[in-house]
Write a protein that binds this ligand. Structure first.
Ligand code: GLU
Length: 454
């Protein structure tokens, strides 16, 4: 069976780390199984969906390297939803209702006051044609509910327990008998996600629906929708949701964790992908050389059912670890755009000191830019300048030079190295001086040791 999965965000905002985890798990599974990964824009909410957000979603996915082979948008598929709704009406599974929001609210309050669960009483189902006509004559427009399986005495009883073997959570059951029949068409004729998603998944041949566990109850309803439409249901996998480092749900703080803001903060796409794909799994959180390596590790059985802990500090640390092992070829283009030369020799020298790629600019400045003089021990740095060997320099130059300086000055340890590092780089720490020295070059080294701006 060939695998087809989809990532189905609503373009009502930018993607955040929670969405991206869903997108990634789908993408990695498709990649690993040689299947297709589609982008479906769930934009039936025309008030809140915008093209700008849709564009932002595409940009974020592309930045992460998650390519999709096909894009669909629900707003262009109304005819399909109308056809499916007609079929369900003919099968007696959609029924019209006329209550206003206020009336529904009053019903729920009455049920709660009597100690009953606030489940819709199916009044719409019991209306006679005359009653319906009277309501419409009042100017009311119907909304439509999907009749879930039920044990309602006036109706043919259907089994209410829906079960499936979840790819992540194992055996799952939802008792739809405890749910209200969901509204699938609003009074203004617009469709709701629960329904449109099933029509699309069936028509597009989606084989696996991988999404957050906040959709488990929806799955109970949607399995019944697949059945009612006479379609085969896909396999379902529900991953846990993210919690913050403090152990509390992240849902309210997700806005601040948009992909856009993490990108602006200098997080590498591969660090973000590695982190969001590996948290909440039994695999160690380690930088991955590419997305394929991550896909190679993917397994539903590794995904924990417990919440996945998202810690921005841990992400930053992973970002640094990734940069420390990133080969020059992978960043050459970006370094060039930043106006940084120096090739692999520069990159290999500084990468171990970077937290974000941008940091490379300040090391480039140390090597090729002008530094303010920082002389801590004039006697030592003057001697050091006098002992500088002639060029050409390589990574043995440092050892030879420092050995001579040690003898000539009688200094050793910190008293020897600290003034040199400060004069040469203007900093307390950084890459190995042995590697930096030939990059800085003789004339700049000499000027800096003599306390001249260079
Ligand atoms: N638009 C839905 C959401 O973002 C899609 C859920 C699904 O994958 O079915 O929650």
């Amino acid at each position: 069976m060939s695998v087809t999965v989809r990532f189905a965000p609503s373009p009502t905002g930018r993607l955040h780390v929670g969405n991206i985890r869903t997108a990634l798990l789908n993408w990695l599974f498709a990649r690993q199984s040689g299947g297709a990964f589609w982008l479906r824009l769930d934009d039936t909410d025309t008030q809140r969906s915008t093209e700008e957000f849709a564009e932002g979603i595409r940009r974020d996915l592309e930045w992460l390297g998650l390519r999709w082979s096909r894009e669909e948008r629900q707003s262009l598929r109304t005819d399909r939803y109308v056809a499916a709704a007609e079929l369900l009406k003919a099968r007696g599974r959609l029924y019209s209702c006329y209550e206003s929001e206020d009336e529904l609210d009053r019903k729920r309050k009455r049920q709660l006051a009597r100690g009953l669960p606030p489940i819709y009483d199916r009044a719409g189902l019991k209306l006679t044609d005359t009653e319906r006509a009277a309501l419409e004559a009042e100017g009311r427009k119907p909304h439509w509910r999907f009749r879930l399986a039920n044990s309602d005495a006036d109706l043919a009883p259907l089994p209410t327990i829906v079960s499936w073997n979840d790819l992540i959570r194992g055996d799952q059951t939802v008792d739809v008998g405890s749910l209200s029949d969901p509204v699938v068409i609003r009074a203004d004729g617009s469709f709701l996600y629960t329904f449109t998603s099933v029509v699309d998944d069936a028509e597009f041949g989606v084989t696996h629906v991988i999404r957050g566990e906040d959709h488990v109850t929806n799955t109970g309803v949607q399995v019944q929708l697949f059945e009612a439409l006479g379609k085969e249901q896909p396999a379902f996998g529900h991953h846990s949701l993210l919690i913050g480092a403090d152990g509390h749900a992240l849902s309210k703080r997700l806005g601040a964790l948009s992909i856009e803001s993490l990108r602006e903060a200098g997080i590498e796409p591969l660090a973000l992908a590695s982190y969001t794909a590996l948290i909440g799994t039994s695999d160690p959180i380690e930088p991955q050389p590419n997305l394929d390596a991550l896909a190679g590790r993917f397994a539903f059985s590794k995904i924990s059912t417990g919440p996945a802990r998202f810690d921005p500090e841990e992400l930053k640390a992973l970002n640094a670890r990734l940069l420390h092992v990133t080969p020059y070829a992978a960043v050459a283009g970006r370094l060039e755009e930043m106006g940084i030369g120096g090739g692999a020799a520069f990159w290999d020298t500084v990468r171990g000191n970077l937290s974000v790629l941008e940091d490379a600019a300040s090391w480039w400045q140390v090597i090729g830019g002008e530094l303010a003089p920082q002389i801590e021990d004039r006697e030592l740095t003057d001697k050091a300048a006098a002992l500088l060997p002639a060029e050409p320099w390589d990574d043995t130059t440092w050892d030879t030079w420092v050995a001579a300086l040690k003898t000539a000055s009688g200094r050793k340890g910190r008293a020897l190295f600290h003034p040199l590092r400060l004069a040469l780089t203007g900093r307390e720490d950084g890459p190995e001086l042995k590697q930096l020295l030939p990059l800085i070059g003789r004339s700049r080294t000499e000027a800096r040791l003599l306390g001249r701006a260079a």
